[in-house]
Design a protein around this ligand. Structure first.
Ligand SMILES: CC(=O)SCCNC(=O)CCNC(=O)[C@H](O)C(C)(C)COP(=O)(O)OP(=O)(O)OC[C@H]1O[C@@H](n2cnc3c(N)ncnc32)[C@H](O)[C@@H]1OP(=O)(O)O
Ligand SMILES: O=C([O-])CC(=O)C(=O)O
Length: 370
């Protein structure tokens, strides 16, 4: 038995949800470029869960369900108010999502119908939880979802209390489409491992949030913004990046386990970053990002991944960096729950082996003789 570090190149599941073939990403057979330009996030969530794009009636029903499910139990909001103000937002979200299970009498009901309803509920409730946490951290009262707003619009509304401009809604919605699913990434794998024990969907999503939090995965978007803040201006990029590369420090938002010739999602976020900067009359964040990309690509041959330009996009939308990874979770919960549904459908316990490299044949030594 020989281990493959990080399971690189190991095919660990069959799936018909998303694929990466020759650097091309598809959701249920639709190219991500096509979906990014044309589909809304709720349409994509439907596509991931059901395997086909919704017709008008199906989409209207989903939108109505998402509006109906968006509120979260009041006792959970009261508990969230007791979290420390300087909470890590992903730790707080992981705790709150786990808490949702306590208020769902059907949490352990295992029919597909029940789990699809729970997937829709989780999708509807995550934006409410993130917006509430954002306000609680600032010492503000959470704002209840507005029944007549769509998911993305409602999320921005619940953060600020103002109905957002359409350009902001469209930009964020596109970012959510781009982050919705990604084959067997670490957080999705974590969710599948958890539910393969026949544990419930909330356990799967809680595991996934824990995995997404790390800076080698979803947490990289926040780390990218911290780096851009440290750099401060386009003039400082060269010395900053060179210093990091010389000291073999990883540049966040670059590199990928699967994509070696570039992440197909990054170009969309790059373009969004440029357009939002232009609309704001301040291209400095965009220009700084492009300079970082040029240097890292020419020196290390590494290309930006989905997390790199999402940092400037979210900042230009007025979102603070501690919410970047929670926003990734708002999108990816669609993919996690689609994978959880797929895992339940043809389940087998996921239990690989380890290559043992420790000692053998030792004899117990009584404590007094050690
Ligand atoms: C949504 C997402 O999860 S996208 C990924 C988000 N994560 C990041 O952006 C964090 C920065 N990137 C990385 O840490 C990595 O590229 C990962 C985690 C994405 C992929 O990791 P792996 O496939 O395990 O690659 P690994 O870390 O072994 O890197 C291979 C080589 O490239 C180097 N490398 C990889 N990424 C970077 C980087 N961002 N900056 C500098 N060097 C890098 C490594 O140091 C290593 O060099 P070596 O062979 O000389 O030791
Ligand atoms: O696939 C991965 O390993 C990471 C990633 O890009 C994602 O989850 O979107």
């Amino acid at each position: 038995m020989t281990a493959t570090k990080g399971l690189e190149g190991i095919v660990a599941a069959t799936s018909s949800i998303s694929s990466i073939v020759d650097g091309v990403l598809t959701y249920r057979g639709y190219n991500i470029d096509d979906l990014a330009e044309n589909a809304s996030f709720d349409e994509v969530a439907y596509l991931l869960w059901h395997g086909a794009l919704p017709n008008e009636e199906q989409l209207a029903q989903l939108r109505s369900n998402l509006q109906q499910y968006a509120a979260v139990p009041a006792p959970l909001i009261e508990q969230m108010k007791l979290y420390p103000k300087d909470m890590n937002m992903m730790a707080a979200l992981r705790t709150a999502v786990s808490g949702l299970a306590l208020y769902d009498a059907d949490a352990d009901e295992m029919t597909r119908e029940s789990n699809v309803t729970k997937a829709e509920r989780l999708q509807a409730q995550l934006p409410t939880l993130v917006a509430a946490l954002a306000r609680i951290a600032k010492g503000e009262e959470p704002i209840a979802p507005k029944p007549d707003l769509g998911l993305t619009e409602n999320f921005l509304y619940m953060m600020s209390g103002e109905v957002p401009e359409q350009t902001a809604v469209e930009a964020l919605d596109k970012a959510l489409v781009l982050h919705a699913d990604h084959e067997l990434n670490a957080s999705t794998f974590a969710s599948r491992v958890t539910v393969a024990t026949l544990s419930d969907i909330y356990s799967g999503v809680t595991s996934a949030i824990g995995a997404l939090k790390g800076p080698l995965h979803g947490g990289a978007n926040e780390a990218v913004m911290r780096m851009l803040e440290e750099i401060g201006s386009p003039d400082n990029v060269e010395s900053y990046i060179q210093g990091k590369l010389d000291n073999k420090v990883k540049i966040m938002g670059f590199g990928h386990r699967v994509y070696k010739n570039g992440d197909p999602r990054a170009k969309h976020l790059m373009e969004m970053s440029r357009r939002l900067g232009e609309a704001k009359g301040d291209l400095s964040l965009y220009e700084m990002s492009v300079k970082v990309e040029d240097l890292v690509t020419s020196q290390k041959g590494l290309k930006p991944n989905v997390d790199f330009y999402s940092a400037s996009v979210y900042t230009l939308l007025g979102i603070s960096r501690n919410l970047f990874t929670p926003i990734f979770a708002i999108s990816r919960v669609s993919g996690w729950t689609a994978h959880i549904l797929e895992q339940y459908e043809d389940n087998r316990l996921i239990r690989p082996r380890a290559e043992y490299v420790g000692e053998l044949d030792l004899t117990y030594v009584p404590i007094a003789q050690r």
